[in-house]
Write a protein that binds this ligand. Sequence first.
Ligand code: PMT
Length: 406
Amino acid sequence: MEKEKKMFLGVTGGIAAYKMPDFVRLLTKEGVDVHVVMTKNAEQFVTPAVLRTVSGNRVLTADWSHQDDPFDHLNISKEMDAALIAPATANFIAKMAHGIADDLLSTAVLALACPLYVAPAMNPRMLQNPAVMENLRILESRGIRIIPPESGAMACGEEGEGRLPALEQLRDILLATRARKQDFIGKRVIVTAGPTEEPIDPVRCLTNRSSGKMGTAIARAAATRGAQVTLIHGPVAIPLPAGMETVAVRTAREMLDALESRFEACDMLVMAAAVSDYRVASPIAKKMKKTDAPPTLALVQNPDLLEMFGKKKGRRVLVGFAAETEDMAHNAREKMRRKNLDLICANDVSRSDIGFGGAYNELVIIPRGQEPLHTGRLTKEALADIVLDEALKAGAAAFAASGGMK
Ligand code: PMT
C-alpha cells in the first residue's frame, strides 16, 4: 500500500480486538490513513476512544445515535484502498456470507468497493465447525481474501488453529497486495498443485503428503499480478483461490487430460503438483478384505507430464519443481535438462520445517544455464512471487524474440 492510502478496519467482538490499537499504530507508521468501524461487542474488548486516538480519525460504532450523519455507513465505505475485518468472529463471518446488514459495520461492509480481507480469530473448535468453514468458503468464492489464522495457545486455554496472525504479518499482507506489480497482464498461466491419488481399490490409494499450498500460492500470486490463471489441483483440503479457473483432478492421467486441453493456449506452465510416478496396474473393483491373503501390488509407470509438455514447449515458459532428499542442485539440473525446462525450483522434502504441508518452504531456484538462487526459508506466499519473478526473467529471451511468450 503506498503512503497516504486509506484503509477501512472493521473490528468485531473477539478477544484479539484488544490488539487493534497496536495494529493501527503499525499501519499509521507506514503512512496509512486508517478508518475504524467497530461492532457493539468489539467495545467489550477495546474502546472507541483508544482507536480514535491512535488512528487520528473518528471511530464509527454500532450506536447510530452518536453518528453525525445518517449516511456515515456509506461515506466511510467510499474511496478506500483496502479493507480488513480483524478479528472476524464466527457471527460476523456468517453475516457477511449471507448479506445480513443489521448494524453499522455489516451495512458499511456491503457498500465497500475495494479489496477486502477477513482475518478470522476464534476458538479452534468453533473455527472447524462446518458452518463456519462453509461461510469462509462462500466469502472466498466471492473474491474476499481470507487470512488464515495461526495455530498455538488460545486465550481460552485450548491449543489449535484460530489465533489472529502476528500484527506485522497482517500489515505485510496488506502492504504487499497494494504494492504488487501488474507484470502478468495478458498472460495465461497454468499452475498445478497438490498430490495425485492412484486407486488401489475403491477405498485405498497411492498418494503423497502434498497439501497444495505451494502451487495455490503461485496461482494466487500470478492472478494478483494480472495473469489469467488456471489452477489444476489434486485432492486438497485447503480453500481454493477465487478469481481463476480451478480444475479438480484425482489421478496423474486425469491431470494430463486437464493439461492437454489447455496447454496450447497457455504462456506459462508451473508444475508444483506432486504427481505420482506410479499407479497400480490393475486397481481392484471391490474393497480388498483383511482376511484375504496380503496382496502384491503390481505398479506401472505414470506418464511424466512435464517431460511430455517439455517436448512441445515452443516459446512457453516451463517451470518445474524438484522434490529432493539429497544432492538437490545436481538432481534438479538433471530434471531440468530431461524435461526441457526454463526454470526448476528444488526443495528438500526430507526436512520437516519446509516442503510438504506447512506454510514455509526454502527453494534453490535454477534458471537454465545460470547460477542458482538460494531463497532461504520463507512463507510459500513470499516464495510464489520470487518464483514468478524468476520465471519471467527465464522466459524473457523467448518473450523478446516473439513479442509474446508463446
Ligand atoms: O503442496 P505442498 O504441501 O505445499 O508442498 C509443496 C511441494 C513439496 C509438493 C512442492 O514444492 C514440490 O516440490 N512439488 C513437486 C513434487 C514432485 O513431484 O517432484 P518430482 O521431483 O518428483 O518431479 C519433478 C517435476 O516433474 C515436478 O514439477 C512434477 O510436478 C513433475 N512431474 C513428476 C512426475 C510425473 N509423473 N509428472 C510430472 O510432471
